[in-house]
Design a protein around this ligand. Sequence first.
Ligand SMILES: *Cc1c(COP(=O)(O)O)cnc(C)c1O
Length: 225
Amino acid sequence: MPPELLAERLSRVQSEIADASRAANRDPVSVTTIVVTKFHPASLVRDLASLGVRDFGESRHQEAQAKVAELADLDATWNFVGQLQSKKARQVKAYANVLHSVDRESLVDALGDGGEVRDAFIQVNLTGEEHRGGVLPTNLDALVERVAASTGLRLIGLMTVAPLHGEARAAFARLRELSERVRETVPGASALSMGMSGDFREAILEGATHLRIGTAITGNRPIQG
Ligand SMILES: *Cc1c(COP(=O)(O)O)cnc(C)c1O
């Protein structure tokens, strides 16, 4: 994408985020925008960085690992937002500053206690669609305790992907309610990673602290994921 077009899309999304924050009586500074760059080349990440973006999201291990290595000179925070395979977990933890998709106890064990302590979100599945990842709300409390007991992860909040068909805002409200319960056990776990290109306004109204926005900023992905 031509750099002017990228700059224009980014600033349009930023002003929509500012508008939604005002509508929600929130300071736009309380909302971190992660630009999801999966399937896009490292050069697009560089273009975004030169426009002031610092927070990037990736969802496929091999692609992410290569991109982070190629862009080691950037002052960037890398967010892993895709499903985590247990056997790749430690490798992902080596380069990802923030993990958004911790969703099972075996994965917490695989992430282990060694290496850097990483910020982590627990991904919650609010739709029952198993292939999309996430822990079911009924199993959330046990997983919270497991992550809280891990010395390799710092639980900072909850993450969800809104249902494909349905009411995004209701799902985000539900995640916020679950988060209130989690904070009784882990007071610092107050972040909410929710809201993508199609539903970030609703997410901001429900208290999102981390938006994961791809196509609204980057345009369509070269290959659809
Ligand atoms: C790809 C992806 C996004 C970004 O989606 P867009 O609709 O392009 O904004 C956000 N979160 C996750 C988990 C993703 O995989």
